[in-house]
Design a protein around this ligand. Structure first.
Ligand SMILES: Cc1ncc(COP(=O)(O)O)c(C=O)c1O
Length: 394
């Protein structure tokens, strides 16, 4: 067999969402697309704000020389400046374009950071439940994931993280608002995590970086604020994108930003610019970079996602499902009524409902619902959720 065994194993491990997708296609062909309730993918269903298309048309109708050319691998200066200005306002710290590198989404940013940081065999702390791609990204960088569970209601368990630190730990990766749980880590726990990493550096003379994956940062509900990792930790790096909050996932545009006082700053940024290039991304897409200065801070209507969360949360809790109310992102992560989450997902499929088993996120006994779907789909799916639940009641 020509394909590397490792990749075959990874494909098997990472196939949960894809399997749902494929089985969903079969169900849609059989029963009609409108009769299948597809909550399998985190693909935003809202259109980008009108301003996005208006600006793109303007950029294309007044083309500057080398509109589509290569640029410095870190990205256009004016784009990085616009992002830095936005970050300065958001975090109350002074960022400059120097601390920002434009990337192909949060995924591209995370891969560039990990490749720049990890020595072969070094460990990345990953919190469960996790976005499954993390396991593969850390392997891309020849590192090893060290999975640490979260606490009650998927909160940050700083004690558990402390216990998992070893001389080989290179970084701690967090994701808030979280996929798959919708959890937003509170300010106290983020501060405690920052304190832990600062203390570790003082006592051990070695930096452990805090990497925060934040593509859902602007998708939060009930006036919740996502605490600033930059305020809490000097050795912090944020990776993010416009995939979710501007509904531009196919355009592959995002960035990484480092704390203005991060240790080894110049070398780290030079390394990330280099890894962004040699991973084959080269640079972030030119047209999208040209758009960004005009749309900083703009988002789709987050109230629409909040309404979907409320309909779903209310409907599922009334049926009897146990779940933590999500504070952000567009996912629900209820407990499966039976320990075997894969069997429960099959029961949902019999009701033409597509969701993803928790074991795909390192959390068996749960399942994920992506509610970036029309309100009517959510409402019409509830009787099916009820029938599947009742099948296993008592
Ligand atoms: C937690 C998390 N991180 C990163 C990504 C990748 O996002 P992007 O499209 O910005 O690469 C996703 C996409 O679903 C995600 O859910």
């Amino acid at each position: 067999m020509a394909i590397a065994q490792k990749i075959r194993d990874f494909m098997e491990k990472g196939s949960f969402i894809r399997k749902m997708f494929e089985e969903g296609d079969i169900l849609k062909a059989k029963h009609g697309k409108e009769n299948v309730f597809d909550f399998s993918l985190g693909n935003p269903n809202l259109d980008p704000p009108e301003e996005v298309h208006r600006r793109l048309i303007q950029i294309l109708s007044e083309p500057v020389p080398a509109l589509h050319g290569y640029m410095s691998n870190a990205g256009y200066l004016e784009t990085r400046r616009a992002v830095a200005d936005f970050l300065s306002g958001e975090h109350g710290l002074s960022f400059t374009e120097q601390e920002v590198i434009m990337t192909c989404g949060a995924a591209g940013a995370l891969n560039a950071v990990l490749k720049a940081l990890m020595e072969p065999g070094e460990e990345l702390i990953v919190l469960a439940p996790y976005f499954v791609e993390y396991l593969f990204y850390v392997d891309n960088a020849q590192g090893v994931p060290r999975v640490v569970p979260t606490g009650p209601n998927f909160s940050l368990d700083v004690k558990a993280i402390e216990q998992a630190l070893t001389p080989r730990t290179k970084a701690v990766l967090i994701n808030s608002p979280n996929n798959p749980t919708g959890k937003v880590y509170d300010e106290t726990s983020i501060r405690q995590l920052g304190d832990l990493l600062h203390r570790y550096e003082r006592e051990q003379g070695r930096v452990i970086y805090l990497i925060s994956d934040e593509p859902y940062r602007k998708i939060v509900y009930d006036q919740i604020q996502v605490p600033s990792i930059f305020q809490a930790c000097r050795q912090s790096i944020s990776v993010t994108s416009y995939s979710k909050d501007l509904s531009l996932p196919g355009e592959r545009i995002g960035y990484l930003a480092v704390h203005p006082q991060i240790p080894d700053k110049e070398e780290l940024l030079a390394a990330c610019t280099f890894t962004n290039r040699i991973l084959g991304f080269v640079n972030a897409p030119a047209l999208m970079q040209r758009l960004l200065p005009a749309v900083q801070g703009l988002t789709v209507d987050i109230g629409i996602y909040q309404r979907k969360r409320d309909i779903f949360y209310k409907g599922l809790t009334q049926i009897g499902y146990q779940l933590t109310k999500p504070e952000g992102a567009f996912y629900l992560f209820p407990q499966s009524p039976i320990p075997d989450d894969v069997a429960f997902i099959q029961a949902l499929q019999e009701e033409l409902i597509l969701a993803v088993p928790g074991m795909g996120f390192g959390a068996p006994g749960y399942f994920r619902i992506a509610y970036c779907a029309p309100d009517a789909t959510i409402e019409k799916s509830l009787p099916g959720f009820e029938r599947a639940f009742k099948k296993f009641a008592n």
